[in-house]
Design a protein around this ligand. Sequence first.
Ligand code: SAH
Ligand code: SF4
Ligand code: F3S
Length: 489
Amino acid sequence: MELIHDINIIKEPADNQPYIEKVDKIESIGPSKKLYIESYGCQMNFSDSEIVTSIMEKQGFDTTQDLKEADVIFLNTCSIRDKAEQTIRRRLSQFKSIKASKPEVTIGILGCMAERLKTKLLEEEKIVDLVAGPDAYRDIPNLLQDVEGGQKAVNTFLSREETYADISPVRLNSNGVTAFISIMRGCDNMCSFCVVPFTRGRERSRDPHSILAEATALFNQGYREVTLLGQNVDSYKWSDEHGLSSKAQIEKNGTGNFLSFARLLEMVAKVHPDLRIRFSTSHPKDITDDVLHTMKKYQNICNYIHLPAQSGSSGVLERMNRTYSREWYLNKIDSIRRILGEDCGISSDMIAGFCGETEEDHQHTLSLMDRVKYDFSYMFFYSERPGTLAAKKYPDNIDLATKKRRLQEIIARQQQHSLERNQRDINQTFRVLIEGYSKRSKEFLQGRNGANKVVVFPRGSHQKGTYVNVKITDCSAATLHGEIVTYEG
Ligand code: SAH
Ligand code: SF4
Ligand code: F3S
């Protein structure tokens, strides 16, 4: 998923280089009660923290980035791999001294780890006062009252309906140019390695009117890019019974009317031609040609797809319960290339060392990568998660050294491909949305092109939030460098 700018970034240890565990700290403003919130994990969690902050603002809380002045400290947590949970445990142990010197401070665990461990968290981490799962954020004011009354408070109820559609997120650490819009919650897939269906519950789609209203409001506030977020955006579905205002937006599926992801994408694309649209994550079994044709039709829908393969071996994919084979996946890639062209950015997630993965399976993953040539990938080694299908069904039988070695080989191959893909871009000109200064120097600006590649170029007198055309002159595996050729204002 996307990286967040202007924040502290904690990398997972070296065996997992390209994945970034994101940590978001928020700005301090004004008097009254103070909330400090830190977010971990995927973009959905960062998006949820913006909802929580909105709920807390209504309770009279301002945000602070100074732990010492906080009345409430929230960690919005991730359970995706064991390492993610260990990071949270270490962070919590750093809070012990704060709790000792200021016992009245409330420490709350939100998000996926809260949902997975529930009351166990209170037993295991004595300094925790409050535990709230991803669907329980509206209840936080009540939970805080319980804590004030001297009790520990827990709500890990998972909902079939909650989408927080009516809550306007308070944008945290925003660059004022790019924002995320959550379009659905939960996941109904049962990838055998994955804890998300257990921590986030059943899949549900958000009212398209509220999505459109949020996109429009963002554009009017000066934002120029929105990323539509969901664990599996292609299964977005809004049924007629929920009420759709325009029949033109409805698609017939034989059994009733519903709004598909392709139509939602189209509706958001029509908000304004200068509002760029991205989306994440697409599932290979669900992405349709309709989505691809919609991307082609609208210039402002970015030419980029995050299409996690996880493995290149059909046998492993079957044990992962991904419900597609290598051939199916490669057919999807061919459709993307056919409809959207060779320049369409494609990225993936890969897991090394899943249960029973042979050396041959691993070679299949490398050969799939050779065939697709991803622009970039997020790469992990398998971490068994308690309660998942894989934990119940398959022994975690690849030793750590082998997992790490295979992961390193996958990372090395990706580096090669990223460089190759970036070299193809030299001498091409791209429309780039300026997001701010380059990380290295204030003499340079950076933004991304449609394919989601970071482009760095001399500052000149250009402003963030505007589009420029940049001709690429040089690159590394991670970044394109170039010169502005025309200015569009
Ligand atoms: N919904 C998204 C991914 C969500 S989790 C999708 O379906 O693609 C992000 C990534 O974490 C996954 O794509 C997978 O590559 C990785 N991941 C999930 N569970 C994992 C586990 N148990 N061990 C290692 N990596 C895992
Ligand atoms: Fe996890 Fe699979 Fe759902 Fe993604 S699609 S969140 S990997 S279960
Ligand atoms: Fe982590 Fe939960 Fe996201 S487990 S990756 S924060 S959905």
